[in-house]
Design a protein around this ligand. Sequence first.
Ligand code: CMC
Length: 431
Amino acid sequence: MEQHENAKVVLDGNTFELPIIVGTEGEKGIDISRLRSITNYVTFDHGFGNTSNCASAITYLDGEAGVLRYRGYPIEQLAEQSSFIETAYLLVYGELPTSEQLREFSESFNEPSMLHEDMKNFFNGFPSTAHPMAILASMVCSLSAYYPGIDMMNPTKADFDRIVVMLMSKVRTIAAFAYKKSIGEPFVYPRQDLEYIPNFLNMMFSSPTHQYKIYDEVVQALKVLLILHADHEQNCSTSTVRLVGSSWANLYASITAGICALWGPLHGGANEAVIEMLEQIHKDGGDVDKYINMAKDKSNRFRLMGFGHRVYKSYDPRAKIIKQCAHDLLDKLGINDPLLEIAVKLEEKVLQDSYFAERNLYPNVDFYSGIIYKAIGIPMKMFTVMFSIGRLPGWIAHWKEMMESPGAKIGRPRQIYVGPNIRDYVPITRR
Ligand code: CMC
């Protein structure tokens, strides 16, 4: 990180100098790490909208220009030309693999793809109505009870490499098993002869009486979605993974925390909420104006799901690719989904509406992704699970970067206390 001239802060008549740091894309930040020790002041920043918690070399995002790159590579090029496994390797290890490294990495997913026999019983403990995100989070945390983790006092590369493939491989199996559990069908086991995405589709949709036909178009669409979800720098779930991991909690626990953070409808859960909203509009006769007006009404908590973003103040580059991908897939599969028409109509109206224009609210990654999942046959409750499978390499890459960073510290924000001042305890008999 380059260091430039200092920023000057004047407090109570005294001037303090704070270093300005500059990232490789010219982003500037004021380093306030010594602020409290030299001034006795802290900063106040609801939702961390202006606070960097780390320097990171993983993902670059320019929300004004709609730019997203993993390790310097534009997301558009990766979505079109790379595979999910290659992109995962890039995110975690920092460089694109050679063909030998990619072959080894891909093959290493086979052996750990099964779950411990005892863990399979866990699925029976959940009610059939359980949300698959609850199952996913519980099962990922449970992995720590069955498979050795990383010795946090003496972490080794071999341990880390083993856990990366184990997590990515098992998460896919857990997701498919959670789905099978929810529909009361027997588990379909992973197959060594299938690649990552076809293997997942086979576990999801084959059954003892039916061999699912894996279409290239479906694999391609799912690949694009997984790549586009693979990382997004310091979003809520990734920051959670970093925060939990900063206490040296094991990688399984840190990833579980990320899964839980992702579940919320303001974050990854939005993909499920978008389809619920579009279905509701459809049932209501397709009246998009009614929902636009509801979203603008400040006395109503309703928001247009799949619109807006903390960082993007222009069109989310992922949404652009996913929208096209949704049209292409539905065309190829010959599906006529009225929800896609409603989504397009809603987007058109929103983009012409001054409320949304003034607030820079555009469709985000979650707006069109559910239409693709739906076309593939993935049920709505599984959408955020799909997001988790995609985001896993990003979470792992950030955990690794944090653990390897020489300046890493336990995450521990400050607060401005606004509660009562000191007062004497009054026994209950005298209250
Ligand atoms: N519908 C209507 N109004 C909105 C929306 C929306 N979807 N999003 C933001 N606004 C308004 C908000 O009410 C506020 O208005 P005002 O200035 O009058 O108070 C203004 O826009 C700024 O919103 P904010 O809540 O301060 O912005 P934020 O950066 O804190 O929130 C967000 C970002 C993504 C949580 C929010 O835009 C939102 O709730 N969107 C809907 C949920 C969604 O699609 N989430 C997925 C995000 S992308 C993928 C991911 O992160 O996983």
